[in-house]
Design a protein around this ligand. Structure first.
Ligand SMILES: *[C@@H]1O[C@H](CO)[C@@H](O)[C@H](O)[C@H]1NC(C)=O
Length: 338
């Protein structure tokens, strides 16, 4: 498999010749259970025998993928990750399936989840929050330029690399906005104007989520919360925002502009797209060209002792997970291209 690869901070294109087969991968330790709709996968830290490089191998049980109706999600994730190449997005090198599992071989991002840093610190300072926000803006702008909506922005899905730069991971909900998406999803007579013009259709959800994320990073809790999902939905729709007193004046303005219910008036989703976000006063000090070159100084540098260090993740003991019966051929058919 030959894949284009951008080397860390050097930002130079280089072609790697990766030749892997499942037998060359060593299962070392399980460090993360893929959560969300249920446990249908695990991520293993693996090592390539030849190059001694470390990778994250996501292995998903085919019967569970089918039971939890995740077929479309895993296909979306593969489709999207195969197409993208950006310093703030996790890299996918290879996919494979056998008669029990689907496999995705990804870059191992060893700094841990932004979520754990946020929980252990309570909240981030204004400048720390701005660093992550700026890198995320670049990642979202890039995805949107490729007609991809991420749809799952949250602190658990933002990893830090060994230097402290972000890497978005988990593209299970990401979706390519194709003609298919909107012709199949509605009857022509009933389509909204923005759907017909395919102007910002769908992208707006990522800017909304960024508003929630910036609030949570700086406040330490999300703007709309309740004991049950219904209560949360009610609060979202009511749209009443209460800011902690310490928040910077401009960031409050930015958050308010993201959390606009009418998506046609939501910052990031208007005529100038991400440029409107970049021009916002809170980001005044940011030199946007240098952000994707990883030139902003990370406020948190993860403690990483070596490339394969797993101390920034929770680890789980090895269990019986591999002892499953093979999947019937008709079920495998769904994944023949994986
Ligand atoms: C927050 O950060 C912005 C951008 O660096 C800066 O302009 C502003 O003064 C900061 N606010 C506070 C309260 O530190």
């Amino acid at each position: 498999l030959i894949c284009p690869y951008i080397l860390g901070s050097l930002w130079k294109k280089k072609v790697f010749n990766i030749d892997f087969w499942i037998g060359a991968i060593l299962l070392m330790s399980i460090f993360h259970i893929v959560s969300g709709t249920g446990t249908f996968g695990r991520v293993f830290l693996v090592k390539d025998k030849k190059t001694r490089g470390f990778f994250a191998l996501k292995a998903m049980k085919i019967p569970d993928v089918i039971r939890l109706k995740q077929e479309q999600h895993v296909h979306n994730e593969k489709e999207v990750l195969t197409e993208v190449n950006h310093p703030f997005l996790v890299r996918l090198f290879w996919t494979h399936h056998d008669d029990r599992f689907l496999y995705m071989l990804m870059e191992y991002v060893n700094g841990g989840e932004l979520f754990s840093y946020l929980r252990s610190r309570g909240r981030f300072s204004n400048s720390t929050g701005m660093f992550y926000s700026a890198e995320i803006v670049c990642a979202i702008e890039y995805l949107h330029s490729k007609e991809i909506v991420y749809r799952d922005l949250k602190p658990e899905n933002i990893l830090l690399d060994n230097e402290g730069h972000i890497r978005l991971t988990d593209f299970g909900f990401a979706k390519k906005l194709s003609e298919r998406t909107w012709t199949l999803c509605g009857t022509p007579e009933y389509l909204a104007p923005e759907v017909i013009q395919s102007k910002g259709h769908g992208r707006a959800v990522d800017w909304w989520a960024l508003g929630i994320l910036i609030f949570e990073m700086l406040a330490g809790y999300p703007p709309f919360f309740d004991d049950n999902p219904f209560g949360i939905y009610q609060k979202i729709l009511a749209g009443k925002l209460e800011f902690p007193r310490h928040l910077d004046f401009y960031v409050k303005d930015l958050i308010k502009k993201f959390l606009v219910i009418d998506r046609a008036r939501r910052l990031g989703n208007m005529k100038n797209g991400a440029d409107d976000v970049k021009k916002h006063r809170w980001f005044k000090s940011v030199d946007w060209d240098s952000v994707p070159c990883r030139k902003l100084k990370p406020p948190i540098v993860p403690k990483v002792s070596h490339e394969g260090d797993t101390s920034n993740f929770d680890t789980y003991p090895e269990d019986e997970w591999k002892k499953d019966t093979p999947v019937p051929a008709k079920d495998l058919e769904i994944f023949k291209d994986f």
